[in-house]
Design a protein around this ligand. Structure first.
Ligand code: V47
Ligand code: SF4
Length: 398
């Protein structure tokens, strides 16, 4: 179904309740939804209705373009002083012998492993430990930049920053300034979980609060820098908490414009203290992506993190507001395989990722972290590309 027919279907659906019709009208007119309207979408929006609205916005902003980048991950440690109930990393100090704690040399060896590879970004995130302090990370970032100046460093979250700055007796503003001077290029979206204290207190009560998370991003944006934002959904929160979370993000984005991408992360239930909770259905995943796309009218991009969702579901999200598939990842990324994702060893080559996107009729576009186009995989570029020679692509479904 084309975009135009989908919209026609919505407008002529006699069964559409007036309040949902009014929301559709607002979306088509590019108007902002209220919190009550966002909640109504979650509570009463049929999945096809949500998909059509989200896809309308997605295609208005990006057409069929579906972005990905080539990056690699460094996870300094899987031991953490915090005790987030959903995290398969929260092995705490008492089980420290089960974990790894990389030295700066270990991590520089990982950086060097990618010398000559066409990666544009390193994503650094992991557990929180005292030895990884402000002096350590500023020295590490400087080393990376000295070795490979053009590599974009997307590193650490307010969870680490809050801990490090407190230890260094430094303000958020001063701490972020020091990180920028050391070579930090952008901040990933992790650590957001659910901002509402009612839930945050229960699932990750000992780390930075939602307000602190937002303040640190705000200081970073004030320096003219960009970051991402996540939500961890599908556990003990309700739709109201999700809307509250997105409302905080929307307000901050109105003030600074510093967020690039919204990344819903589905709670996975293996090997953590919340394993007794069932995981939500694929329909619920699609709802989260679609409402996220519709509600966050001041965010450019919505990303599906495929190692988390699985490849087929990630493909589905491309019809529910998602325009970004994150990166091609090798098997150094352990966080999700430990939490019970389908992708036990998440690895996907650029070829596979490009094909996955083409299979559902979208146009793969390789980007750098700041969404500059690195390579546009139009049909012609695809056919001519050395990397794809001899590769039989799967049929493209329209
Ligand atoms: O903050 C931990 C989540 C996040 C589980 O910015 C879990 O480009 C689900 O933020 N089930 C870290 N999620 C990862 C992250 C991220 C990933 C990819 C790209 C970007 C980006 C950011 O992982 C944590 C937490 O919310 N997480 N445990 C779990 N059991
Ligand atoms: Fe530590 Fe992050 Fe896991 Fe929480 S989610 S226990 S802060 S690694």
């Amino acid at each position: 179904m084309t975009r135009a027919t989908k919209i026609e279907t919505i407008l002529h659906d006699k069964n559409l309740v007036p309040r949902l019709r009014a929301i559709a009208d607002k979306v088509f007119a590019g108007q902002r939804l209220t919190e009550a309207e966002g909640l109504l979408l979650f509570e009463q929006g049929e999945i096809s209705f949500l998909g059509a609205l989200a896809n309308f916005i997605r295609e208005k902003r990006h057409g069929d373009n579906t972005y990905f980048n080539r990056n690699f991950h460094i996870e300094p440690t899987n031991v953490c002083v915090y005790d987030c109930k959903f995290c398969s990393y929260s092995r705490m100090i008492k089980k420290r012998e089960d974990g790894w704690e990389y030295t700066m040399d270990d991590m520089m060896a990982i950086v060097r492993k990618y010398d000559g590879e066409p990666v544009t970004e390193v994503h650094i995130v992991g557990g929180v430990l005292p030895q990884y302090d402000l002096d350590f990370y500023t020295a590490f970032l400087k080393k990376i930049k000295a070795h490979r100046p053009e590599l974009h460093i997307k590193a650490l979250t307010p969870v680490e920053y809050h801990y490090m700055f407190k230890k260094a007796k430094t303000s958020y503003a001063e701490g972020m300034k020091r990180m920028k001077e050391a070579g930090l290029d952008s901040m990933p979206g992790g650590g957001a979980e659910i901002f509402h204290p009612e839930i945050r207190q229960q699932i990750c009560g000992d780390k930075c609060t939602g307000e602190q998370w937002l303040q640190i991003h705000e200081e970073w944006h004030k320096l003219g820098m960009r970051s991402n934002a996540t939500i961890l959904y599908g556990h003990i929160e309700n739709y109201g908490h999700r809307i509250h979370h997105m409302e905080q993000l929307r307000q901050l984005q109105d003030r600074t414009g510093g967020f690039q991408t919204f990344i819903p992360l589905k709670f996975r239930n293996q090997d953590n203290q919340m394993s007794h909770l069932p995981e939500v259905t694929t329909i619920e995943d699609l709802k989260m992506y679609a409402v996220g796309r519709i509600y966050l009218d001041n965010f450019d991009h919505v990303k599906a993190y495929w190692p988390m969702l699985g490849r087929n579901n990630a493909q589905l999200t491309l019809a529910f507001g998602v325009d970004d598939m994150d990166g091609t990842i090798d098997d150094t990324t352990k966080i999700y395989s430990m939490a019970g994702s389908e992708e036990q060893t998440p690895a996907m080559s650029t070829r596979q990722l490009v094909n996955l996107i083409r299979q559902v009729g979208r146009r793969p576009v390789e980007r750098d972290t700041l969404y500059h186009v690195v390579k546009d995989y139009t049909e012609a570029a695809f056919e001519e590309d050395e990397e794809f020679k001899g590769y039989v692509s799967l049929p493209v479904l329209n």
